[in-house]
Design a protein around this ligand. Structure first.
Ligand code: PLP
Length: 415
């Protein structure tokens, strides 16, 4: 007799129940929000056993719930479900994307170490590496997001003046949308440092495309970082972050989170559980909308260029896209004919799209990087990054696509 083939459930199905047992919560279909700062031990020996695990006196780590700075039921369900999307062994949730990144760095670096990173990075991440960690004797070296294997090799070789603690990537980069060749970074790391436990881990900020359009663990990254504030949360109503990866690498980050308390709160974790149930629906719709809007904008006489991943063709970036990405996302750059005045008239004329920073929400947002998020970036660096006065950043939501196109049409007429 033939054995029934094991059917692995897909993430979209698992988001409705994975990691939660209604029998433990009075049969409630949905997990209650556990508003408690501490958890009761069944007996003194269990309490001792827990702290032996936390402090490393007993191998195997902490067991069960003890104090809400360390963990809680809502956060643990969230972490189990986040792991599912990228087939990660373990995951941690954080109070923001930046607290996730800061906790990762604090758990990883010592004075004299070097962080090698792709550039540009999210502005606060650059500040954290260069200005904050710099004060504690941590150095950095960077390579441009689109770098080739040979260019990455050269930077990694040069970085060996100190211990290379971490290779940190962001792809696509904010705000240029430049893609990093994760597979080339992995090959370079392995060639220079090997792939043993002492090799520097490769971490990547996957906020813009994850987890639907890019799964970096499958391309050689060791850790994936998220601002859950964006697509994962997806409704512009919360701030949170996450780190995913192998348990061996997650454990020290968890120990640092336990120490400094950068975990997300139960209410936000609960809202994220609700968000994850519609993650695939929302991201697919936003991606389809963006493709339609960009196709319209590309041919418009008042548009100079549309920086949308779906339009890459024939160059190295297109090759990286073909190997790494499953979709073009819904965040792109629109370069209008003219300068700041035209861009501002366009932004002020939008009726559906709201004028706000951030991305990945159900609603369409538009902003002007040169005058807003990147105002304090020196002019020379702005020019090098292509952050010009005619650049508008747009994050497409899940509205009706024809309504969005009509809104962009009338705003382009106005400028
Ligand atoms: C928003 C963002 C962050 C920071 O996340 P917060 O949740 O705002 O702390 C980090 N990286 C990228 C790419 C982002 O877009």
């Amino acid at each position: 007799m033939q054995k029934p083939r094991k059917h692995n459930l897909r993430p979209a199905t698992l988001m409705m129940g994975h990691g939660y047992d209604p029998a433990l919560s009075e049969g409630a279909l949905k997990p209650p929000i556990f508003l408690t700062s501490t958890f009761v031990f069944p007996n003194a020996a269990a309490g001792k056993r827990h702290f032996e695990g936390v402090t490393g006196k007993r191998p195997g780590g902490a067991e069960g719930l003890v104090y809400s700075r360390f963990n809680g039921p809502n956060q643990e369900i969230l972490e189990d479900r986040l792991s599912v999307w990228e087939d990660a062994e373990d995951a941690l949730s954080f109070s923001s994307g930046m607290s996730a990144i800061a906790t990762l760095f604090l758990a990883t670096v010592r004075p004299g170490d070097v962080i090698v990173h792709s550039g540009p990075l999210y502005a606060a991440t650059e500040t954290l590496i260069a200005r904050v960690l710099g004060r504690f004797g941590v150095h950095f070296l960077d390579f441009p997001a689109g770098a080739t294997r040979a260019e990455i090799d050269a930077v990694l070789a040069k970085a060996q003046t100190g211990r290379v603690a971490l290779i940190y990537l962001e792809s696509p980069a904010n705000p240029t949308n430049a893609l990093v060749d994760i597979e080339a970074v992995r090959a370079s790391r392995d060639a220079i440092f090997g792939s043993g436990p002492d090799a520097p881990p490769i971490a990547i900020d996957n906020t813009f495309l994850g987890p639907i359009w890019q799964t970096p663990l499958a391309h050689g990254a060791d850790l994936v970082v998220y601002s859950l504030t964006k697509y994962a949360g997806g409704h512009s109503d919360l701030v949170a972050g996450a780190v995913l990866g192998a348990k061996r690498l997650i454990d020290p980050i968890r120990a640092m989170r336990n120490t400094i308390g950068t975990i997300t709160d139960p209410n936000t974790a609960w809202m994220l559980l609700r968000s994850l149930e519609t993650l695939e629906l929302r991201m697919n719709r936003a991606g389809e909308n963006a493709a339609k809007v960009c196709a319209y904008l590309r041919d418009h006489p008042r548009v100079e260029h549309v920086g949308y991943l779906g339009f890459l063709e024939g160059d190295r970036q297109a090759d990286i896209y073909a190997r790494h990405c499953l979709g073009a996302g819904s965040t792109f750059s629109l370069f209008l004919k003219g300068g700041e005045a035209e861009a501002f008239r366009f932004l002020d004329s939008l009726r559906i799209a709201k004028l706000a920073v951030s991305l990945g929400g159900t609603e369409t947002l538009a902003s002007h990087p040169a005058a807003m998020t990147h105002l304090s970036v020196p002019d020379a660096r702005k020019a090098a990054l292509g952050i010009t006065d005619n650049l508008v950043r747009i994050s497409i939501g899940v509205e009706d696509p024809d309504d969005l196109i009509a809104d962009f049409a009338q705003a382009l007429d106005a400028c």
